[in-house]
Write a protein that binds this ligand. Sequence first.
Ligand code: C2E
Ligand code: CA
Ligand code: CA
Ligand code: CA
Length: 279
Amino acid sequence: SKEIGRNSFQLYKPAMNARSLERMAIESKLKHALINNEFSLYYQPKIDSFTHHVVGAEALLRWHDNELGFISPANFIPLAEELGLIVDIDIWVINAACKQIQIWQKNGLFDKRISVNVSALHFTQGDLAQTVKNALSIWQVDGRFLEIEITESSFIRSLEDAKKVLKALKKLGVSLSLDDFGTGYSALSYLARLPIDTLKIDASFIAKVPDEYGNSQIVKAIVAMAHSLELNLVAEGVEQAHQLAFLQELDCHAIQGYFFSKPLTAQQFELFCEAHRPA
Ligand code: C2E
Ligand code: CA
Ligand code: CA
Ligand code: CA
């Protein structure tokens, strides 16, 4: 039968089996990663393209397993979503970021916004606004120091439901940015209908400026649109000086990427801020 055919097909693909074994190993470990305290946050500076001062940072999740070593979020986040673990992970991330914000404010080392990424599934599987509200209250952090990065996939199931969540977040004083802008199911009507503060231009566009004409025009159009809608902009994945120059020319102020810094540990980030402080 078809069923047997499919199974024997798998049997004769050793590479595929190795991959699924590896996946199973990651799966069972991921289930314990939260309890075992194996997650940490790294912070990637967002830099003013003109002054080179730090204007904010994005918190990025890191998972270290004793046997598997460091596992990229690009690999384990989709798995966490499949396994129903993502809401708990998001809750951990939001609290860890607020805890760090509180520390930095107390010792006066950093008083700009920190952004965190949340899964689109958090819009349907959990109560994102309540999670954020609780975290701000537990860590006594003012909402204006927190930013939530969402992707367009958060709106697919129900724009009206997503809008309610975003409005509740805005009420807490939190900023909202639209991540990976231009790559998803971009419907420009979202921008007018949702309380978004910032667009993050996806790294895939930035990678090809200024050499590729089409991409450069797209970036120009996104920047022009953001300016006219009075949205803030962050360009992601800026690695090279000529990309920075292109963005400066367009008056795109905030830059994130390896050109200035990779994601850093909290301690490394403090040193980075020291070095990039206004005189
Ligand atoms: P993202 O939100 O688009 O984050 C940007 C990714 O680009 C990060 O990868 C960052 O390290 C990387 N990056 C930054 N600058 C450059 C550059 O100049 N060149 C290149 N090649 N890469 C650069 P990372 O940390 O591996 O995260 C991958 C993705 O995993 C993130 O993409 C985000 O979608 C997801 N993710 C990360 N942390 C979290 C989290 O705490 N919660 C959730 N739900 N998702 C997360
Ligand atoms: Ca992001
Ligand atoms: Ca992004
Ligand atoms: Ca991305």
